[in-house]
Design a binder for this molecule. Structure first.
Ligand code: FMN
Length: 172
């Protein structure tokens, strides 16, 4: 059974553009393969706790036998996030721009994820080449010549940082 991993990050349910577009996209993909399993992580409603990242980072550098309970717990979470991505055949990332960048809970998710050795920046990208859709919504305009040209620190980061290499980007 094919699996689609869907990540949501809007703090809104009602009126969320990213959630609405991701749902439309999900429905279109399901229409082609009705037996698809949707694996969801909603970072706005279930954010990772920020201390987890430091524990995962320090734990990944500590020898197995010397890790604290917090480090073990954080690395287990990193592994869980890695498993979610590894078992998927396609991806939908629905991310709003907040304060000219990605939401803090998306950055926290990414920081913990790359504590998993499979998703370390030094590893081969384990999900590269699989179809990945990035739905990014912004309220402002950042095109050439606009007063805030260069202020969009979300799109470039999202396209380059996550462990996929090919994106279909829907910028709204
Ligand atoms: C707290 C907050 C901060 C925002 N900051 C920005 C911003 O810096 N630049 C921008 O273009 N839009 C900004 N927006 C607008 C959102 O990107 C836009 O409303 C988008 O549609 C939000 O995604 P959603 O519709 O899925 O909730 C902000 C919205 C909120 C609620």
């Amino acid at each position: 059974m094919p699996t689609i991993f869907r990540l949501d990050a809007s703090i809104r349910n009602e009126g969320s553009v990213t959630r609405a577009v991701a749902t439309t996209l999900e429905s279109a993909l399901l229409a082609n393969a009705p037996d698809t399993k949707i694996l969801r992580r909603d970072l706005a409603h279930a954010p990772l706790q920020s201390p987890v990242w430091a524990a995962a980072l320090t734990g990944s550098h500590a020898p197995q036998g010397q890790r604290t309970p917090e480090q073990h717990k954080a690395l287990a979470l990193a592994s869980e996030l890695g498993d979610e991505l590894s078992q998927a055949d396609a991806f939908i990332f629905a991310v709003p721009m907040y304060n000219f960048g990605v939401p803090p809970h998306v950055k926290a998710w990414f920081d913990v994820l790359i504590s998993d050795p499979r998703f370390s920046p030094r590893s081969a990208k384990p999900i590269a080449g699989k179809p990945a859709y990035l739905v990014l919504a912004r309220g402002g305009a950042y095109g050439p010549g606009t007063p805030r040209e260069g202020w969009d620190h979300a799109t470039g980061w999202l396209k380059l940082s996550p462990p996929v290499s090919v994106w279909s980007v829907l910028t709204l």
